[in-house]
Write a protein that binds this ligand. Structure first.
Ligand SMILES: [Zn+2]
Length: 255
């Protein structure tokens, strides 16, 4: 009986996450163009609007077999992928925080911000300030209410995250005479530092850089702009889940 309740609860959180992911796709794609969030999703090529069932996250994509019904234009796999990632992260962080509801709201807000800016970065190579301005005060306030250890750990984390990224950007400009990192990435890392605290933020920088490096060296086929936010997202989430374990392990081998 108890298992059934858990299955229902987890399924519910996952599906809620799918719908939020679907909404974040819309926000990340429309807000940078200053388009209204109202109005139904439509094919970018022929403007055919989606039917009720086709609006359902992931299921809609499968029903349409990844193509517009009217003009056959391919629908990007990014849509269902971002929906799925949001669902998985809403659920896995719920399990991870173990009923600490303030921490859960904080991490859900963080996941929401990261999905939105990942979408914006992939489509337009930009992180609109508006998103950072909306989410920063909320995440900051929640981190004070749900401190990592001391109440100021998040603030130090933010300063370190921002400072590190700023130095990397300065180095890139000096060394390669071009901007490797955008201002948005640097500001975003302030928020990541607030979420992770000063110890984990450093681990997340390592993971983000590692993922970006692996992708650009092994998987990437074409040259040009590489959106860095997807790697920052992956690096910071992985750190959120396993970072404390890494620190404990590191301390134990030193002793
Ligand atoms: Zn179409």
């Amino acid at each position: 009986m108890e298992i059934l309740i858990y299955v229902l609860l987890y399924t519910y959180i996952f599906v809620i996450g799918l719908f939020f992911g679907s909404f974040f796709n819309v926000v990340g794609i429309r807000v940078p163009l200053k388009e209204s969030l109202m109005g139904r999703s439509h094919c970018p090529n022929c403007s055919k609007t989606l039917g009720a069932l086709e609006l359902f996250p992931i299921v809609g994509y499968l029903i349409l077999k990844g193509k517009c019904k009217k003009c056959n234009t391919k629908i990007s796999i990014k849509y269902p992928l971002m929906e799925f990632i949001t669902g998985v992260l809403f659920l896995s962080s719920f399990v991870f925080v173990q009923y600490d509801m303030i921490e859960y709201i904080l991490i859900v807000l963080f996941i929401s911000l990261m999905v939105i800016v990942t979408v914006s970065d992939m489509y337009y190579q930009t992180i609109p300030n508006l998103f950072l301005i909306i989410f920063l005060p909320l995440i900051f306030a929640l981190r004070i209410l749900s401190p990592i250890e001391m109440w100021y750990d998040g603030i130090i984390g933010g300063v370190i995250g921002f400072g590190f990224m700023y130095l990397i950007a300065l180095y890139g400009r000096f060394r390669y005479k071009q901007d490797a990192l955008g201002g948005g990435d640097i500001k975003l890392y302030f928020i990541i530092g607030v979420v992770l605290g000063y110890q984990l933020v450093i681990i997340s920088l390592f993971f983000s850089a590692l993922f970006g490096l692996i992708y650009s060296m092994i998987i990437r086929k074409k040259e040009g702009y590489l959106p860095f936010v997807p790697f920052i997202f992956a690096g910071s989430m992985l750190t959120y889940f396993v970072g404390s374990g890494i620190i404990e392990w590191y301390v134990s081998i030193l002793n």
